[in-house]
Design a protein around this ligand. Structure first.
Ligand code: CUA
Length: 351
């Protein structure tokens, strides 16, 4: 029986070692230390498979071999064994050695991920309900939606959150950090494979938690990355570096100077998770917004007020609770008064 279990264990170990985790479509090895994390994972899987096969194998074997037979007395009791020093020594020693090995193996990888000095590109990722902002050296304000990284350059990524706890997971990188308000958790890695990879939030963070898996990391050659970064430097040349905060809660928003094209961009970033561009009845979470300020069949907004730009701005600024659910206010959505003016200018063009 021991020989059979040893052979089965060996087959399992060889199977795990030969298994190419990186062939799973979502799990390319796109950074250092993805391969090291996979090796640790395989070590754990092979160990667990061996323990499972030996324990369950003997369990089944003993259950069959020492079963109650019809020739046994009805009150028969099996052989009672106490104090087997040799057995006790080995079942203490083997798990101890295993745990120490596992500790050495995982601390080495943890060291590689966490304790390297800052070098290369140093970035910040900030979680919001329900998207991520990124701050790049030399770029004012924030970059939303996509995190671009140059190939082969070490990255230090400081993560935090502006509202609730999110989690920043990059399956292609085998790295994950909780994003906690007031706390900075740091990830370090070096992108080694060009491509587009998903970022997924893995901490339930509110009604649209499931939307936080649409954003991506783009890994590209240095010159393409430089072009992208310079584009943002120009685009955000006049953006504020201050973390957006709500101005006086009930002060009306000055709508003059709102730019519809900027509003359209904000709309796709911040609004489309809940609002379609279809008619009022095309509800996602909130109502469809096509013609919201110009639809004679809906002369009023959800709060019962006339559909005017000022009233729309007030809803965006203060949020709204109604029978369609909850719309976060401008501070929760990280919208400045200028952003609201842009958004309303855009809504005004929808007819
Ligand atoms: Cu953010 Cu879930």
């Amino acid at each position: 029986m021991t020989a059979i279990l040893a052979v089965l264990s060996l087959i399992a170990i060889v199977g795990v070692v030969l298994w190419r985790v990186q062939d799973i479509p979502q799990l390319p090895e796109a950074v250092i230390p993805a391969a090291q994390v996979d090796a640790l994972f395989k070590f754990l899987t092979a160990s667990a498979a061996t323990i499972f096969i030996v324990v369950v194998g003997y369990l089944i074997y003993f259950a069959v071999k020492f079963r109650h037979r019809s020739t046994d007395a009805a009150d028969a009791v099996g052989i009672q064994i106490h104090d087997n020093r040799r057995l006790e020594f080995w079942w203490t020693a083997i798990p101890t050695i295993f745990i120490v090995l596992l500790g050495i193996f995982s601390v080495r990888i943890w060291y590689e991920v966490q304790i390297q000095p800052n070098s290369g590109l140093v970035l910040e990722a900030i979680g919001h309900q329900w998207y991520y902002d990124f701050r790049y050296p030399g770029v004012h304000g924030v970059v939303t939606d996509e995190m671009h990284l140059p190939l082969g350059v070490p990255v230090t990524l400081h993560t935090t959150s502006q509202d609730v706890i999110h989690s920043f997971w990059m399956p292609a990188m085998r790295l994950k950090a909780d994003m906690v308000p007031g706390l900075i958790n740091t990830l370090r890695f070096t992108p080694t494979r060009a491509g587009r990879y998903k970022i997924i939030c893995t901490e339930f963070c509110g009604t649209l938690h499931s939307e936080m898996q649409k954003q991506v990391i783009v890994i590209e050659p240095q010159d393409k990355f430089n072009a992208w970064l310079n584009g943002w430097k120009k685009k955000n040349a006049h953006a504020s570096d201050a973390i957006p905060t709500a101005s006086a809660a009930n002060a009306p928003v000055n709508l003059s100077g709102g730019i519809a094209s900027s509003g359209q961009q904000l709309f796709t970033q911040k609004c489309t998770a809940c609002h379609a561009l279809g008619p009022f009845s095309q509800r996602v979470v909130g109502p469809g917004l096509r013609g919201v300020l110009h639809d004679p069949s809906h002369p009023k907004l959800v709060d019962g007020q006339p559909a005017t730009p000022d009233n729309a701005a007030r809803i965006i600024k203060n949020g709204f609770d109604g029978d369609m659910g909850h719309m976060p206010n401008a501070s929760q959505n990280a919208l400045s008064d200028k952003d609201i003016a842009d958004l309303v200018a855009y809504l005004n063009t929808l007819k």
